[in-house]
Design a protein around this ligand. Sequence first.
Ligand code: COA
Ligand code: MG
Length: 280
Amino acid sequence: MRLRSLLFVPGDRPDRMEKALGLEADALILDLEDAVAPQAKPAARQLTAEFLRSAKQGPMFFIRVNALDSDLIDDDLEAILDARPDALILPKAEGATSVRALAAKAPGIPILPITTETPAAVFELGSYRTVRHLILGLTWGAEDLPAAIGATNSREEDGSYTPPYEMLRSLALFGAHAAGVEAIETVYPAFRELDGLAAYARRARRDGFTGMMAIHPAQVPIINAAFTPTVEELAEAQAIIDAFAANPGRGALNFGGRMIDAPHLRQARRLIALAETASP
Ligand code: COA
Ligand code: MG
């Protein structure tokens, strides 16, 4: 599966859904939650279901439903399940219990929970490994929790996260890998700052995220590029594999003045495997 970029599209904007099809996003996230005003929810459900039924080609189609404790999610599911979305995004998820609750309402559809949007959610980040068969990845957010706890912001003036949100990002990253599922970086809200986005997305891949959510068409190619290994990276990975192959029985090697051993070989193999699944 190739899941580098996941583009949000408001569920009440069919014009934007059409446009999103031509953007090379690996998945679209048709949103029924925060991007849709309360009075527009019924229309959004219908428009989203119709779009899904008519547009079966192209990217994967994910739907973000409303939270489990909203009185909206049952109507969301009733309207959209027949249209067979490829996955459901679950906002305000609070660990394995939330995943099981949604899976019971929507059997057989993979779930991608947003794992850091309530205070209680923070203490459940290690629990997703018990429901790994129900989820395709984990993602996180830095926008809802500040609002939930009366914090004024999750970011410093230079745009970097404050310590509480750096911690959440790390816990979501390791929670995903502990479960053996995709680790999806959160959105970069300043959608006109494309250089800032490029640096942010590169940092995400460096740290072990496997893909990232987008909110605007201009973000998609930048995210796709950041999560695609470069020619130089692939050449180095192949050189590391070749160096071990040329020295059978040796655990640690001198690689141009730097020590490489088993973790570097694993990393190199992983990168080559990633490039193979990512090629169209
Ligand atoms: N999906 C598809 N098309 C989009 C889009 C999206 N998420 N965001 C913008 N576009 C389109 C616009 O329709 C416009 O198309 P046009 O040139 O054919 O008219 C073009 O891209 C340029 O849009 P722009 O004027 O730069 O953006 P905007 O000011 O109209 O909208 C946002 C800005 C943030 C409101 C918009 O990008 C958006 O709705 N993003 C998704 C929000 C969301 O779902 N949030 C929930 C999760 S955090
Ligand atoms: Mg939200």
